[in-house]
Design a binder for this molecule. Structure first.
Ligand SMILES: Nc1ncnc2c1ncn2[C@@H]1O[C@H](COP(=O)(O)OP(=O)(O)OP(=O)(O)O)[C@@H](O)[C@H]1O
Ligand SMILES: [Mg+2]
Length: 252
């Protein structure tokens, strides 16, 4: 459903994403992990069509994003890490606005918007301006907006940041249920416990390259970086002794 072929992004001479090949099949919930600056946001923004690749290809549901961006983007909902919401809209208006971008209007959109707001405990805030929302409430509204037009594919960049435990639980159930119904989700996160319990497969990107890819079982059993859990695998791939090494330097 999401296919990346040799996907590459240069910022000047710096290579942020380096020839990424990946296939996320329909119905999969894919966890995209990696240390700060590894290239996750850059990759997700290229998939969402808001950042142009230096080289390589993005296909969404078999449609090449560069060839037919409108058809490809119609299949996609994107939840950015630093979303912009126009403050002078109400929550209800914002969801209506997003659905409108996908040419969806009317009773069905209103119904979905109501249900999504209720799911995230925002129904009483439906007619309040976004400027009066807390950080977590905005985050929940942005997440709701990705579901309001029922896209085949949802691409989401660190959805857990700022959410309370109840909202995280709701989000987890929503993602699981959405994938179980044949939709595809690619999610970046630093919350390893959530990734471990939630995702069908996990990819770990370091310096713009995929260093590990597989089910939790496959990652744990890897001969090169395997370990008892995702944290151990992640730290093996990304260098686990940085703080101790620094202390050795400071103490010397
Ligand atoms: N507009 C830009 N201009 C120059 N360099 C950039 C730009 N955007 C990102 N980078 C660089 O590209 C690399 C990858 O950044 P990216 O935001 O994709 O990382 P990330 O994996 O999402 O990290 P984090 O976990 O911190 O969100 C970083 O080294 C970053 O400094
Ligand atoms: Mg990022």
């Amino acid at each position: 459903m999401i296919r990346l072929t040799g996907l590459t992004k240069h910022y000047g001479s710096f290579v942020a994403v380096d020839g990424l090949d990946l296939h996320v099949p329909k119905g999969e919930l894919f966890g995209f992990l990696g240390p700060n600056g590894a290239g996750k946001t850059t990759t997700l923004r290229m998939i969402a069509g808001i950042l142009k690749p230096t080289a390589g290809r993005v296909e969404i549901g078999g449609v090449d994003l560069a060839v037919d961006p409108i058809a490809a983007k119609a299949k996609l909902g994107f939840i950015p890490d630093r979303p912009f919401i126009y403050e002078k809209l109400t929550g209800g208006e914002f969801l209506r606005f997003v659905a409108g971008l996908y040419d969806q209007h009317g009773a069905q959109v209103e119904h979905r918007a109501r249900e999504l707001l209720a799911l995230f405990d925002l129904e009483e805030w439906r007619d309040e301006l976004v400027e009066s929302y807390s950080h977590g409430m905005r985050q929940k509204l942005i997440i709701a907006s990705a579901f309001v037009h029922r896209p085949d594919v949802i691409v989401v960049d660190e959805p857990h940041v700022g959410l309370d435990p109840k909202a995280i639980k709701i989000l987890r159930d929503l993602f699981r249920e959405y994938a179980a119904r044949g939709h595809t989700i690619m999610m970046s996160t630093h919350t390893l416990a959530t990734a471990e319990s939630l995702c069908d497969r996990i990819g770990i990107i370091v310096n713009g390259r995929m260093h590990a890819l597989g089910t939790m079982e496959e990652l744990r059993n890897s001969a090169t970086y395997g370990g008892s859990g995702l944290e151990e695998v992640f730290l093996r791939l990304t260098g686990e002794n940085a703080a101790r090494n620094l202390m050795d330097v400071l103490d010397a």
